[in-house]
Design a protein around this ligand. Structure first.
Ligand code: SF4
Length: 325
């Protein structure tokens, strides 16, 4: 599990803000402001953070569902951003996405058969008989029955619809799946079933996951490593145990303090973050978290801390953990 399947370097997505009568560009929303990380084959890297931190933009940008402003994305050593539309279309067989709201992402007028066989038709794979068999097999893989292929999305529960969303992502035998808040719209009782299914499928098909969530408690079980994002940047990235047991960044510590701790012997003091998340159109100078950080020092307002490895692949961007203050 050591080979990186994906390498993201300095990825940026700046959305222009238009103003005035002539609709000129008057600024940029820096949704993603220079993110770098690697994902190893077969691992689950989770990206977490509050709404607007750039985690979903990261997922969509690296799949080129939205085009990045700057940066590189290497998948199995190949630069995805150098591919033309047709080459990228072919590459999408390997790179799939599962969306948060399965109902919105499934065409309500199509049967499940039609929804699941569509990627096969687009990529000209198999005849109608082979496609039907593949759909039956996919439904069984995600714990549904082949008889349900004739039904429409509204005839399924939320959890079943997300199983269909996962089946669709599996149709072309992908290598990497970006799961963007895949269980956030589901009841808590159903969330664990879908997460368990995703874990089983990962093992069965040797999948690599980038799992995006606003909730650190959801990703605890499924992650190998966790990256914490704030205002378009990664502020901490480490293996799961270190993030949950020894978080270094004050923002990670605050997020974790709100997560119920399964071990009754571990007591965490709840850290309430004051102030709103600043606008990504006008982020604070220096460390972007300084307006909400109780450890703020003079340097924090002036200098953006580097994102550095403080040992054992534990990366953090905070002056408390740098020696150049
Ligand atoms: Fe807080 Fe400063 Fe660290 Fe930013 S760099 S998180 S403001 S201590």
């Amino acid at each position: 599990m050591n080979e990186p399947i994906l390498k993201v370097e300095n990825l940026k997505k700046h959305f222009p803000i238009y103003g005035g009568v002539l609709k000129k560009t008057v600024g940029y929303v820096k949704a993603l402001d220079g993110v770098s990380f690697e994902v190893k084959k077969g691992e689950t890297l989770s990206l977490v953070g509050e709404s607007g931190c750039g985690k979903s933009t990261t997922g969509r940008t690296l799949l080129r569902l939205i085009e990045p402003t700057e940066g590189s994305v290497f998948f199995e050593g190949e630069d995805l951003l150098a591919l033309n539309d047709e080459q990228m279309r072919m590459k999408r067989r390997d790179l799939q996405i599962v969306f948060q709201d399965p109902y919105a992402s499934l065409n309500p007028r199509h049967t499940i058969q039609k929804i699941l066989e569509e990627p096969l038709i687009v990529h000209k794979l198999g005849n109608s008989e082979k496609r039907r068999e593949k759909v039956f097999q996919l439904l069984e893989t995600v714990g549904l029955h082949k008889e349900q292929a004739k039904r429409y999305p509204h005839q399924f529960s939320g959890g079943q619809r997300q199983r269909i969303g996962i089946a669709r992502a599996l149709t072309l035998n992908p290598k990497l799946i970006v799961a963007d808040e895949p269980v956030s719209a589901l009841d808590v009782s159903i969330q664990a079933q879908v997460l368990n299914l995703m874990e089983d499928l990962q093992e069965q098909f040797n999948l690599t996951y980038i799992f995006i969530s606003h909730d650190l408690s959801v990703v605890r079980h499924i992650s190998d490593r966790v990256g914490v994002m704030y205002l378009g940047n990664l502020v901490e990235l480490s293996n799961k145990n270190e993030i949950y047991e020894q978080p270094l960044h004050p923002y990670t510590q605050a997020l974790l303090s709100a997560v119920p701790e399964p071990d009754p012997d571990i007591k965490r003091e709840r850290i309430i973050l004051t102030g709103d998340v600043p606008s990504p159109a006008n982020p604070p100078h220096g460390c972007k978290f300084h307006t909400r950080c109780k450890y703020k020092m003079d340097i924090c307002e002036k200098k953006n801390p580097n994102f550095i490895d403080v040992g054992n692949g534990h990366f953090v961007a905070c002056h408390l953990h740098q020696h150049d203050r």
